[in-house]
Design a protein. Structure first.
Length: 412
């Protein structure tokens, strides 16, 4: 691993695009799956990056890391995406240092989610950091920050109602079905993709629509079979996808496929269908929306749904922001002390040298056991200096002050 890269907070950046300035189709060009993530990590040393992670969800793609400038992070992530760096940059928000740190707290809390308080972001964030950490791309600063963000998110989850109720992309899909389709025991539902979002969607279909007439299909057939067995549903192999598309009245997709898996050519039987695409990049070919007998809905449409739960969540946002502020302050204090550690260690070493010389003088050149009082005085000076460094910014003056203070204590 390349070392001696920028590690000061002034070189910590986040560059990202999200639902605020780009639609699902555009975001899909910059979505990063696990294979792309692996390739990006292999390319990172070439781009002079050795500390970073990528958060890629249905409503955002963000890269966090240390670099000489954010363009290096953007070029790195775009080296493996369909979209190019110029397009990404034109849509991106770029934050630096303290602003980048603060942004991550808001993302982890669900305050920046397309659906306010969506707690699924926590699992996605954990997975993103784990992938980078397993390859050695998470440094001390980023690990401490990530853990603090998780603690903040957990406190918000436990002490507020920001994530209360049942509002998420997967629940919004079921809510949309309830409002726009008649569900009978004969209504056939096809769910494509049984990852975390697919699994949550499946459970919501059962709980809120009261149906088990659901067929599961997944690229890994074992996962579909396992979930079907657990919930008492049907499953089918990927080879039978087209047959099940024809039979289905409602189709939901939630795979991480790079290319569309449902094509307009598969829907030529002209049977009316509701298709809900929960994936970014899209699982459904764009031209499907032009078919007059097909109603196609994506995550951007679902995020616009409003209900009483969202109103309650908005009322909890100030409490969540106050919790974020507390954890943010604690982290920045830790960072400041870590930044001051070399100076404090130098002060402690110098005072120990002065103390040792003083012992020699007192004992006529003999080196006897050091006086415990000297050790206590050294620690007192170091603690006092640390406290001053937290509240003041006087650089090398602290070093001189500490020595003078210690000499005053010794004289007494």
């Amino acid at each position: 691993m390349i070392v001696n890269r920028p590690s000061d907070i002034s070189h910590f950046f986040i560059a990202g695009i999200n639902y605020k300035k780009s639609d699902a189709a555009t975001r899909g060009q910059f979505a990063v799956n696990n294979d792309q993530y692996e390739a990006i990590m292999q390319m990172a040393p070439v781009h002079h990056i050795d500390a970073f992670f990528i958060l890629s969800t249905c409503n955002r793609t963000e890269i966090y890391g240390f670099a000489e400038d954010p363009s290096k992070l953007i070029n790195l992530i775009c080296s493996q995406t369909k979209g190019d760096a110029d397009t990404f940059t034109s849509l991106a928000y770029i934050k630096k240092g303290i602003d980048a740190v603060h942004h991550l707290y808001h993302v982890g809390a669900g305050l920046d989610s397309q659906i306010l308080g969506d707690y699924e972001i926590v699992g996605q964030l954990k997975q993103a950091v784990k992938i980078s950490k397993d390859k050695g791309f998470i440094n001390c600063f980023m690990e401490r920050l990530f853990n603090s963000v998780l603690q903040s998110s957990k406190t918000i989850k436990n002490d507020t109602l920001l994530s209360g109720g049942t509002v998420s992309v997967s629940f919004a899909a079921v809510q949309y079905i309830k409002e726009n389709a008649e569900i009978t025991p004969d209504t056939k539902i096809l769910l494509l993709g049984t990852g975390k979002i697919g699994r949550n969607t499946c459970k919501n279909l059962i709980d809120y629509l009261g149906t088990t007439n659901i067929t599961l299909i997944n690229r890994s057939g074992e996962k579909a079979e396992e979930l079907a067995r657990e919930l008492g549903l049907k499953h089918a192999p990927m080879s039978q996808l087209e047959d099940n598309i024809i039979l289905a009245d409602i189709i939901l997709t939630a795979t991480n496929a790079v290319e569309p898996v449902i094509l307009a050519s598969q829907l030529q039987n002209k049977t009316p269908k509701l298709i809900i695409d929960l994936a970014v990049p899209a699982n459904v070919e764009a031209s499907v929306k032009d078919l007059p007998y097909i109603s196609l809905v994506n995550v951007d449409t679902l995020s616009k749904l409003k209900d009483e739960t969202l109103k309650k969540r908005k009322a909890e946002a100030p409490k969540a922001k106050a919790i974020v502020a507390e954890h943010f302050t604690d982290f920045m204090e830790w960072h400041q002390m870590r930044k001051n550690a070399p100076t404090l260690n130098a002060i402690k070493t110098k005072l120990a040298e002065i103390s040792a010389q003083h012992h020699v003088l007192l004992n006529g050149g003999e080196t006897k056991c050091p006086f415990i009082s000297f050790e206590q005085k050294i620690q007192k000076v170091v603690n006092g200096t640390a406290s001053k460094m937290r509240s003041q910014n006087k650089g090398g003056c602290h070093y001189i002050e500490a020595i003078n203070e210690f000499m005053g204590l010794v004289a007494n």
